[in-house]
Structures are given as C-alpha cells and as structure tokens.
Design a protein around this ligand. Structure first.
Ligand code: NAP
Length: 349
C-alpha cells in the first residue's frame, strides 16, 4: 500500500510522439515524479529524457533500452506505456512491468479490449496482474474514449436503444506528417492498394475493440463484429497540407467502418475518416432510442492532446482500482486531474 502523501512515481515506457506528450503533461501536474524512462530507439536511448521530449532542461532521467534493468532498479507506482498497437506485441513488455509490481496505463489500441484478440492471453494478464496486486488498463482517445466510453456514458440516459452510430472525421492537414503518411495521403489509388497489401497502411486499429466494449457494457448479444476493409478517400479536387499536395483522383486519406450486428442489422456502427481537406472535423454520436441522442463535438477532439490527457487522468483511477486487467468501462466515470494527483488518491470514494 503506497503512502498517499508521497509523489506518484511514474515510469515512461516508450518515449515516441505520445510518450513524450504524456511525459510533458506529467511534468506540468502536481504530485507526480518521473523516475525512469525506457525506449529502444537509437535516436532516444542513452539521452536525458528532457532532451528526448524536447524541453529545454535536463531531467536527470536517462532513457534506457533495458526495461528489466530499470524495473529492477527503480521503484515506480505506474508505467505509462506507449510502444505499439498490438496486444501480442506488447504482452511481454506489460507482463514484465506487472511482474515488478507496477500498475500499467497503456495506449496500445488492442489492449483497450484485448479479450477479442486473444481471450486466453487476456486471462493470463488478468491473473498475473491479480497475483502481483496491480491494475492494467489500455486507453487513449480512440479506442479508449470517443468511440466507446463516451457512447457508453450517453447510453445511460436512454430507456431503450435501437442503434448507435459514432463517426469521427479528422482533417489530416492539421495533423503531424507521420500521421498524414500513415493514412496514405498523396499516394495513387494503386500505391495505396500496394501499401495495404504489404501491411504498411493498417488503417485505424481499435474499431473492433470499441464495438466490443460498447456491446459488453450494454450486454448486447452481437452475432458478429464486422470490420470493413480500409478504403481510400479519393480527392474530388486538389487539396493540400503544409507538407503534401494531393491532386484530384489521388488518395487524400482513408476511411474504415465497423459494425456490431444483431439479426443481420447493424446495432452499432462506427465510422472513422481521416483525410486531407475534410470540410468539417467532428465527433458525432447518434443514439436512436428513447430519448434520441444527437451529440456532436466540433471540431473533433485533438487526438494526441487528448490521448495524453486520458492516460494521465486515468492514473489515479488505475492505482485505486482493484487488481487485474481492466477496460475503461470497468473504471469510475472519466474525469480530469486538475489539482495535485495525491488529492485524488487520498479521496476514499
Ligand atoms: N489509443 C489511442 O487513442 C492511441 C492514440 C495515440 C497513439 N496510440 C498508439 O500508441 C502507440 C505509441 O504511439 P506513438 O505515436 O508515440 O508511436 P511512436 O512515435 O512510434 O513511439 C513509440 C516508441 O516506442 C519505442 N518502442 C517500440 N518498441 C519498444 C519496446 N519493446 N521497448 C521500448 N520501446 C519501444 C519506439 O522505438 P522505435 O521507433 O525504434 O520502434 C518508439 O520510440 C502506437 O501504437 C499508437 O498507435 C494510441
């Protein structure tokens, strides 16, 4: 049991774009202390964390590629983990953190609802976390909030529900270049198909997780979770970002849809679109039910900023949760950590 007056000791595991944002946010908040950092990238390992995350001061924490060594030599309460999207890839990393008695909040998309990827591996992680008295959570903006936790929360005002439709539309011109490349912006349709075949464009990871989390929360008996193939969004006129020009007929980005089917009909529909030149950016949730819900957030929530926020805001809830593997639907209502995080930990509720 940690003393609630002590700072919350955080290990940053994966110091790429998102890990860096999380570290910077933690540095701004009261009651946290970064005690270690792990990353295998040759660009990052061996450097001071301050330099790696792009702030103008040293933090006295050297980024190490040796997770085992850091976990054995440093006492942490929680690891914020941001290395990969796939459950089987992150499993050994997370199992190792758990074996050292450290809680985990990870941005791994498949960990947001890992039971549908590999139920027995998820059960092993749950048992391991219980054995070591810690909690593991996969979260972020999407999956983790906009297309699952938020519609689940909104369903709480409905007497009956006939269907749920969630759409996220992002103008990729406003996002960083790696994101624009990841969605194939600027490619020809043939090049896009090739990249899909080679697995170099994977589309959005996590729609299946979001459909399944909603279905689990609402105890829906889905016949099938169906994820459509990733499709290119073709530019109808020339569009551009600061870095990429897209001619008419070329690929501006991608779209993907997933369904949760009951009696052959979509009860849950999730639509993800990210492309350069989107006329409007929004997050929309329509629940056809009693009462009908029509919620629209415009412009859409900024993914990177919000992912760092959801991760940091989840830390006290994860530390206080009963041990085991959890999803966002298992934790208390999401809320921001504004004051000293120790106040949230001292709160007995
Ligand atoms: N749930 C959500 O809403 C959400 C939102 C944003 C991001 N994500 C996911 O979060 C993950 C991180 O995103 P990102 O943009 O920060 O990616 P990134 O920029 O590629 O950063 C990942 C970092 O982790 C390092 N790494 C990879 N494997 C490692 C290992 N085994 N041990 C230690 N370090 C390792 C990488 O090194 P190398 O470069 O050498 O591989 C890289 O420095 C991605 O999978 C992303 O899709 C989820």
């Amino acid at each position: 049991m940690r003393n609630t007056s002590e700072e919350v000791r955080v290990l940053i595991y994966g110091v790429g774009a998102i890990g860096s944002r999380i570290a910077k946010l933690i540095l701004k908040k009261k009651g946290f202390k970064i005690v270690g950092a792990v990353d295998i990238s040759p660009d990052r390992k061996g450097k001071d964390l301050g330099e790696v995350i792009g702030i103008s001061r040293e933090l006295g924490v050297i980024v190490s590629e040796d997770a085992e060594e850091i976990l054995s030599s440093v006492k942490a309460d929680v690891a914020v983990h941001a290395t990969s999207s796939f459950f089987k890839t992150v499993y050994p990393q997370i199992a190792n953190i758990v074996k050292h008695g450290v809680n985990v909040v990870s941005t791994c998309e498949e960990l947001a609802y890992p039971y549908i990827v590999d139920a027995s591996l998820a059960a092993s992680l749950d048992s391991l976390a219980k054995k070591h008295g810690v909690t593991v959570l996969g979260t972020g903006i999407n999956p983790g909030f906009l297309m699952d936790t938020l519609p689940i929360a909104l369903s709480g005002v409905c007497q009956e529900i006939e269907s749920i439709r969630v759409e996220r539309v992002i103008d990729a011109a406003k996002r960083r270049l790696p994101f624009q490349k990841k969605i194939g912006a600027g490619l020809s349709p043939q090049e896009f198909d090739e990249m899909i075949k080679k697995g170099r464009i994977t589309g959005h990871v996590g729609l299946e997780q979001s459909v399944s989390m909603i279905a689990d929360a609402l105890k829906l008996d889905l016949e099938e979770v169906k994820v459509e193939p990733v499709r290119p969004v073709i530019a109808e006129k020339p569009v551009e970002s600061r870095e990429i020009k897209v001619e008419k007929g070329m690929v501006a980005g991608l779209t993907q849809t997933a369904y949760g089917l009951i009696s052959g009909e979509p009860f849950i529909t999730l639509v993800f679109k990210a492309y350069i030149g989107a006329r409007e950016e929004y997050d929309s949730i329509i629940i056809e039910g009693t009462p009908r819900i029509n919620q629209r957030i415009t412009p859409c929530v900024h993914g990177d900023l919000a992912t760092a926020a959801v991760v940091v805001n989840s830390i006290p809830k994860v530390i206080k949760a009963p041990p085991g593997l959890k999803t966002m639907k298992d934790l208390p209502v999401p809320s921001a950590v504004l004051g000293d995080v120790r106040k949230y930990l001292a709160d007995k509720s």
